[in-house]
Design a protein around this ligand. Structure first.
Ligand code: GRG
Length: 308
């Protein structure tokens, strides 16, 4: 497969374009989420305020933006992809709320603010995660079917990703791996389930709203998988190279918990090479989409360079 490099004629203006694009799409997602979620004062108000506290807390909105960009890359409309885009962000936010609980990763800080259980208490944080997960399917159910993809396809796509074979399975493997020396293969399995699966589904759901052909859907799945793995390698690198202030979450946690991570297993230099290799593989997967994939290439390159 040919490896495409990102546009290079004017790197600074390309970056500005992308920055504008990311800001605009994140704003589209925020507005849609605001419309979908129960109002903060709706009874019982505590749970709705907690859900909004967690959702509107300054996340990067990477998954929903990828969902919208995938729809665009397949010739679709952003408006048709907003429901699944919000659904993946809601599922992502639920996973963060539960991951931060004392029984899991036990973290006090998320997106630069106190975690849900620190503000609302543990019981409410469990319920908040549950409500966000349920809400993700309420919102996903608003997606309009296309010729190729019906409601069942959209629902099973996200449900399988959230289930015990992917997201939850990844968390189980992660919990059981703490304090143990994992192999690179074990680590890839965890990353595939915890991180790459939801990024892949974000791509697939967006493409499905654009009635993407099976070939394009497959190309975007391969892109999402490689990009998801690259994203997690970079996340592991940032955990040991950045400060808590920059990350908005507690830095150095992986090391403290004796977690097997890419830097721990391969070292920093080899981890950076691996992130670059995976990003290139993601870009190569975009070949069948031709020029329509330029934005996705830019996003992949941007994520490789990210500092938080
Ligand atoms: C089902 C409880 C449960 C967990 C599933 C997804 C997950 C496993 C746990 C969440 C925590 C975690 C370390 C996930 C790995 C993926 C990752 C790096 C998430 C952070 O994503 P960003 O950087 O976050 O996109 P923002 O805050 O920007 O949305």
């Amino acid at each position: 497969m040919r490896c495409r490099s990102p546009r290079s004629s004017d790197p600074s203006s390309t970056f500005m374009d992308l920055k504008f694009y990311l800001t605009q799409r994140a704003a589209d997602v925020d507005a849609a989420l605001d419309g979908f979620l129960p109002k903060a004062k709706e009874r019982p108000a505590t749970i709705h305020a907690a859900m909004r506290y967690c959702v509107f807390s300054g996340g990067k909105r990477l998954r929903p933006v990828l969902c919208l960009a995938a729809a665009e890359a397949c010739g679709g409309e952003i408006s048709s992809a907003l429901a699944p885009a919000c659904a993946v962000e809601l599922m992502h936010t639920y996973s963060l709320v539960h991951d931060d609980l004392p029984a899991m990763d036990d973290d006090d800080l998320r997106r630069g603010r106190p975690t849900c259980h620190k503000v609302y208490g543990e019981g409410m944080a469990v319920l908040c995660g549950d409500a966000l997960l349920t809400e993700s399917f309420i919102v996903l159910a608003k997606t309009m079917p296309t010729k190729r993809y019906g409601a069942r396809d959209f629902i099973s796509e996200l449900a399988e990703t959230g289930g015990s074979r992917k997201l939850i399975g990844g968390q189980v493997m992660d919990l059981e791996g703490e304090g143990k020396k994992l192999t690179k293969r074990d680590l890839i399995r965890i990353h595939e389930a915890k991180t790459a699966a939801l990024l892949t589904s974000s791509m697939r759901l967006g493409a499905m709203t654009a009635n993407a052909s099976p070939a394009k859907l497959e190309a975007l799945s391969m892109f999402g998988h490689a990009l998801g793995l690259a994203f997690q390698v970079i996340d592991d690198i940032l955990d040991v190279t950045q400060s808590t202030e920059v990350l908005g979450k507690t830095a150095g946690k992986d090391q403290a918990a004796e977690k097997s991570t890419y830097p721990a297993i391969l070292g920093l230099a080899a981890s950076r090479k691996e992130a670059t290799r995976l990003t290139r593989a993601a870009m190569a997967a975009l070949e069948p989409l031709g020029n329509k994939a330029t934005r996705l290439e830019e996003i992949a390159n941007h994520l490789l360079q990210r500092k938080y």
